[in-house]
Design a protein around this ligand. Structure first.
Ligand code: ATP
Ligand code: MG
Length: 260
């Protein structure tokens, strides 16, 4: 297992957003974390990637306890994430945006950088090469590298965001709603990209509402409801689990009827 989450719990003043969640992710697999709105998916992702500190429980990455460590420190152990809302820096080109991600693996000290030592020049070239390779892997045409990232259509911005994560050299990637706001065609190519990441040796854990995408590409699906683990298994197993059907349709439909 590349990732083990043990009894992870997060309380927000009176609300248990994540409640004793335990999950396992196999290396080189695609795992989807799904569940109704407010189920605790984003909070779980934040706990796993060090954006939030858990109230209780542990997160193990490749056997190492990373609980409570910073996102930066966790990235240096090989795991990073993208965000539900895009994080494009104002005015930065596509290439610069991805180089920021690649910089994490750069080694020069700030003093060497200040003095423009030859090692820094070589490193910048190396960063640039790594960034271009990551863009290529994320399916972004090289001709886009000089364009302002924030001005690209939404679907391309998502790919740039993934390229930035790839450039940081991690072997595990967490994606929060990579298909949100994409049309059918775009979400199909996103599904293809995620499969290519797995083929290239990256383990993917994604939170996603697009069920076609989730059921089409996942090796494992984990379902959360009210902060807890509701079901897990292959796409087939999960889709045929009555508890899942009820969480998505039964109670929701009744509640929707009651409101209507
Ligand atoms: N910082 C916070 N402070 C207080 N409550 C929070 C905070 N973040 C999330 N919550 C609450 O925790 C619960 C889980 O939220 P979370 O955002 O993790 O759900 P989600 O499964 O990602 O939902 P969605 O599908 O809508 O993105 C919700 O009830 C939410 O209101
Ligand atoms: Mg969310």
């Amino acid at each position: 297992m590349i990732l083990s989450v043990e009894a992870l719990t997060k309380n927000f003043a009176g609300l248990v957003a994540v409640n004793a969640l335990s999950i396992q992710v196999r290396r080189n697999s695609i795992t989807a974390l799904i569940g109704p709105n407010g189920a605790g998916k984003t909070t779980a992702l934040n706990l796993i990637t060090g954006v939030l500190r858990p109230t209780a429980g542990r997160v193990l990455l490749k056997g190492a306890d990373i609980t409570g460590r910073s996102p930066h420190s966790i990235a240096s152990n090989g795991m990073t994430r993208t965000y539900q809302n895009l994080q494009m820096f104002e005015g930065m080109t596509v290439l610069e945006t991805v180089m920021v991600g690649a910089h994490r693996v750069g080694r020069s000290t700030w003093l060497a950088a200040l003095l423009r030592a030859p090692s820094v020049v070589a490193e910048e070239k190396d960063l640039r090469n790594r960034a271009m390779a990551a863009l290529d892997r994320a399916g972004v045409p090289a001709s886009y590298s000089g364009r302002v990232a924030a001005e690209l259509p939404y679907g391309w911005q998502r790919r740039v965001e993934i390229a930035r994560a790839i450039a940081s050299g991690v072997d595990m990637l967490l994606l929060d709603e990579p298909a949100a706001g994409l049309n059918n065609q775009e979400s199909e190519t996103m599904a293809q990209l995620i499969c290519e990441l797995r083929e290239g040796g990256t383990t993917v854990l994604l939170v996603e509402h697009d069920m076609n995408l989730v059921m089409g590409i996942s090796d494992q699906v984990i379902v959360m409801n009210f902060g807890q683990l509701l079901s897990q298994g292959t796409p087939d197993q999960v889709q045929n689990d009555p508890a899942v059907v009820e969480a998505y349709l039964g109670k929701g439909a009744e509640a929707a009827d009651a409101v209507a």
